[in-house]
Every structure is written in C-alpha cells, then in structure tokens.
Design a binder for this molecule. Sequence first.
Ligand SMILES: [Cu+2]
Length: 118
Amino acid sequence: MPHLPRLVPILAALVLAPALAQAHAILVQSSPAAGGTTAPGKVAMEFRFNSRIDRERSRLTLTAPDHSQSVLPIAPEGPPDILDTTANLTPGAYVVRWQVLAVDGHITRGDVPFTVGN
Ligand SMILES: [Cu+2]
C-alpha cells in the first residue's frame, strides 16, 4: 500500500466525521426502494439513513392496499444507521412511513411507496 502515512489522516477524518455531524436523519437507501416492486410473501425491509438514529424512538408504519395502518416491529439489533423489519405482504400498493429520531435530537419523517407484485 503506497503512501500509507498520507492515508492515515484521511481515514481518521472519515472515522471522526459521523461523530461531528449535526445533521437530521435523511433516508439514503431503502429496500424495497421508493417506487419499486417486490415479490409477495415475507418481505424483509431495510431503511438506511445518513446518520445514527435512536431506533427505540423511531417508528415504521405500514399502510396496506386497503388503507389500514400497522406499526412494523423494528429489529432491536443492527447497524446504528439502519432500521430493519419484515412483514407478510400480499400483492398491492403499500406505503411505509418512517419517523426517526437522529442523534442530534431532531425528528424527521418520510414515505416510501412500493408495490408488491403478483
Ligand atoms: Cu437535526
């Protein structure tokens, strides 16, 4: 590995940056993706944010094709910037509303609409 001494400060900056960030949590990736389609059955869902979040004070609410709403159980363990859940889904149009508390104390929310295909 060439120029290792020069890499060290860069790596240190990358490691320290999240601790210094004072950003609200923004959804950066999800599965299913917003506007995406997934297969029916037991669907594993994952929501990744740009910062650490307080999963105990965060919430995922599923709106089903019949417009009924349910709170999805968030997996208690996992990376600090990811919410994981699963649900048994039949074909139709769904929306997951995420509401998360970031480490800076601010709550943000948003919607991820997706379709379960046949
Ligand atoms: Cu904030």
